[in-house]
Design a protein around this ligand. Structure first.
Ligand SMILES: Cc1cc2nc3c(=O)[nH]c(=O)nc-3n(C[C@H](O)[C@H](O)[C@H](O)COP(=O)(O)OP(=O)(O)OC[C@H]3O[C@@H](n4cnc5c(N)ncnc54)[C@H](O)[C@@H]3O)c2cc1C
Length: 410
């Protein structure tokens, strides 16, 4: 039985562990914090009296590695499948419209007038064609910044998919996403959401699957140091113990790039992050009925996406570094005013919680994807995984899960 030591129990570490267990490897998983899930975790919020996700994670039905993992851990029934029918609200222009990608042939999609963004015509959508072939170094705004649907489509899509401004985001990566989803047809654009929350849909089932198959998950075990001898990792040091590693063992570092850099300072990795801020509000049921869709895109606002959950609503602000040092009450009040404008009523602010994820993802620029491509010559019994290690996909749940699988199976 091959011994595999996996460091980090976010989605990439959980994916590596699951695929390792399936291959009958002897898996030991170490996590520095006191819970599993990393940047995709849920917790009981005492102030609101409900369970919330740290952020609103959206997964497209094209993401086959996500679905494969859910199948292995037997949690597909806990996925809610939403049609790709999104409502948009432009606060500045006081406009509402629907982008309905369901039941429509993608090629004909924008030839129907009621599918167009207000004040646009079919020719404004020719910018889609620019994504068929994209040079590695281009940013989204360099590619389609002049398009009439930049502000209402390309910019919000880029922020939602890559948590990076269009001025910095890699157009090649957005093109890869479009080729996996929209360009293949509407059935690849359905939206996966958890029935309850992400802990219930993926984190807990994964943990239970691993433990039931003898994988040991050690919490509060931070990897402090590692030794490399003759091009192989030879020793792992934790808070209170050390582990000798043999040449035919495998070590998987499933940790963010800043943590990786502590062990390998000589490698150049992405170092700049963008934050995501989520504001969760508990609303009475009768007010929740004001929302016609489960997911609503906001334009010309601080808010980007509003998610209607079973017992609360949750607003996502991507690329939110400019708000990192703002007072949480202030942020919640600003966003609440935007929600009231959408609902066209004034209601005093309900109970809320603000979650700031300051290191939500790395900046997903062409330069950073290029750095990742150059990461080689690592110790021979070491693999890296994590959303940031995939040079063809954005930093997402799919990227994390695929990276964990590749660390074990490639
Ligand atoms: C608010 C928010 C919203 C998001 N929205 C979406 C979305 O809509 N769709 C989507 O697909 N993706 C989304 N993402 C991205 C997605 O959550 C991440 O890509 C994914 O969770 C990253 O998983 P990971 O395992 O690569 O990294 P992490 O989750 O960061 O896991 C790394 C783990 O390693 C541990 N660790 C670090 N150093 C050590 C050490 N030295 N020793 C031991 N353990 C260590 C950490 O504690 C952590 O648990 C979002 C992220 C955030 C934060």
């Amino acid at each position: 039985m091959k011994n595999v030591y996996i460091i980090g129990a976010g989605l990439s570490g959980l994916s590596a562990s699951t695929h390792g267990v399936v291959k009958n490897f002897n898996i030991k998983l170490f996590e520095s914090s006191n819970l599993v899930g990393g940047r995709c975790r849920s917790f009981f919020e005492k102030k609101l009296g409900i369970e919330i996700d740290n952020g609103n994670h959206l997964v497209f039905s094209a993401n086959e590695n996500f679905y494969e993992l859910c199948t292995i851990i037997n949690s597909t029934k806990k996925i809610q499948i939403l049609p790709p029918n999104l409502e948009f609200f432009d606060l500045k222009k006081n406009l509402y419209w629907n982008l309905d990608l369901s039941k429509i042939n993608v090629l004909k999609m924008f030839s129907r007038k009621n599918n167009l963004i207000p004040h646009t015509n079919i020719f404004d959508y020719l910018s889609f064609l620019k994504f068929l072939y994209v040079k590695q170094k281009k940013t989204v705004s360099e590619l389609v910044g002049k398009s009439k649907i930049f502000k209402t489509l390309w910019d919000p899509l880029t922020l939602g998919v890559m948590n990076t401004s269009s001025q910095n985001a890699s157009a090649k990566i957005l093109s890869n996403v479009l080729k996996k989803t929209l360009f293949r047809g509407s059935k690849y654009c359905n939206i996966y959401q958890p029935q309850k929350n992400w802990d219930d849909t993926i984190i807990k089932p994964c943990t239970q699957f691993l433990e039931s198959r003898g994988c040991k998950i050690s919490l509060k075990k931070r990897l402090r140091k590692l030794d490399v001898k003759d091009e192989f990792v030879s020793c792992l040091y934790f808070n209170d113990n050390k582990l000798e590693i043999k040449k035919d063992d495998l070590v998987v570092l499933a940790i963010p790039p800043s943590n990786f850099k502590k062990f390998f300072p000589e490698y150049e990795v992405p170092t700049e992050y963008n934050s995501i801020i989520n504001i969760h509000y508990v609303l009475p049921k009768k007010i929740q009925k004001k929302f016609s869709q489960k997911i609503i895109g906001f334009i010309n606002t601080h808010s980007h996406w509003l998610f209607l959950k079973n017992d609360h609503i949750s607003v996502t602000i991507s690329n939110a570094n400019y708000l990192n040092n703002f007072d949480s009450n202030e942020i919640a009040n600003i966003i609440w005013k935007e929600i009231c404008s959408y609902m066209k009523i004034k209601i005093s602010i309900p109970g809320f919680q603000v979650v700031k994820e300051k290191k939500a993802t790395v900046v997903q620029s062409p330069e950073n994807f290029n750095l990742v491509k150059k990461l080689n010559n690592l110790p021979k019994n070491l693999k890296i995984s994590g959303d940031w290690t995939q040079s063809e996909l954005p930093c997402t749940i799919e990227g994390s899960i695929l990276s964990g699988k590749k660390a074990i199976c490639n």
